[in-house]
Design a protein around this ligand. Structure first.
Ligand code: ACO
Ligand code: ZN
Length: 292
């Protein structure tokens, strides 16, 4: 059902046009054979259909009536919106998104079976519509269904904090359970971790997010705290917490146990180095029912 790209193939499509951007691609993506003689592809930024010629796109834009991704808008704060797309209900969109994303993901599984996935599309919205800046996907049902499968910020939007926002969004929605009164309140205590292997940029972003979240807690917390407690508080997997704190040299090994040594001076030094916090997820702006 899944096809692994065993090694990085030669890049086929060199650039794409998407909305108002022309974007240089990074990696090979297995577009259907009839597209493989094109150096450039033209994407409809809303339905993600792709075409070989500019005129085809222009004709398409005259009749395409989407102004945002399909699916439900589940979050809106200022000009930012998040849409949840069920791969089963929007198969073609899911497939188009995977083709597009693979252009920027190297050693990554390509999912042809989009039925099994939910896609979360982050958009910047204006009077022309909602423009995708990035997305993440997760499997609907699996033993580790709370994990992230793929994450992408489109190159024109990178390094603005959207990656950290996507990671925070996934983490926040993982711990929220929809209760009978239709209020997003109860915490389910689900712990998540991204699918491996992580790309270098993926690892940097996750490490950055984990570092910031953990340092903030350690800074405020008085007294001892265990990795298990941190995991319960943050929905971050214990292993990821241990690795992150080890890389910050905040862990000591005593009597067969890992102990967190949060020296305030060391914390301050790391906090300064941790960079921008990124955009926060405002939970009150979430309009959402978890997938059952
Ligand atoms: N060089 C150095 N550090 C970087 C870079 C870069 N080019 N890009 C991100 N980082 C680090 C920085 O620490 C940054 O924080 P800072 O800007 O405060 O210093 C942090 O990662 C996160 O930056 P964001 O702006 O929040 O993230 P961005 O929107 O750029 O998205 C992402 C990060 C999604 C990984 C993006 O680089 C991307 O789409 N890459 C291509 C696809 C990819 O590799 N995805 C992950 C695959 S693994 C998986 O999906 C499970
Ligand atoms: Zn379209």
């Amino acid at each position: 059902l899944r096809e692994h790209e065993e090694f990085t193939k030669v890049k086929n499509i060199a650039t794409i046009e998407l909305g108002r951007y022309e974007i240089e691609t990074w990696y090979f993506s297995p577009f259907p054979p009839e597209y493989n003689d094109s150096l450039k592809l033209y994407f409809c930024e809303f339905c993600l259909n792709f075409m070989k010629r500019k005129e085809q796109l222009q004709r398409h834009m005259r009749k395409c009536d989407l102004k945002h991704p399909p699916g439900d808008e589940i979050y809106r704060s200022g000009t930012l919106s998040m849409f949840e797309v069920d791969g089963k209900k929007n198969k073609v969109y899911g497939q188009n998104l995977c083709y597009l994303a693979k252009l920027f993901l190297d050693h990554k599984t390509l999912y042809y079976d989009v039925d099994l996935f939910l896609f979360y599309i982050l958009c910047e919205c204006d009077d022309r519509g909602c423009h995708m800046v990035g997305y993440f996907s997760k499997e609907k049902h699996s033993e580790e269904s709370y994990n992230l499968a793929c994450i992408l910020t489109l190159p024109p939007y990178q390094r603005k904090g959207y990656g950290k926002f996507l990671i925070a969004f996934l983490t926040v929605t993982n711990v929220i359970k929809h209760d009978a009164a239709y209020e997003l309140s109860k915490k389910e205590g689900k712990v998540g971790t991204p699918e491996r292997p992580l790309s270098d940029l993926g690892l940097l972003s996750y490490r950055g997010y984990w570092t910031r979240v953990l340092l903030d807690i350690l800074k405020k917390h008085k007294g001892n705290i265990s990795i298990k407690e941190l995991s319960d508080m943050t929905a971050i997997k214990a292993e990821d917490i241990l690795n992150t704190l080890q890389s910050l040299e905040l862990i000591q090994y005593r009597k067969g146990q890992h102990v967190i040594c949060a020296d305030p001076k060391v914390l301050d030094r790391h906090l300064k180095a941790a960079g921008r916090g990124g955009l926060d997820v405002d939970v009150s702006k979430l309009i959402w029912t978890p997938y059952k």
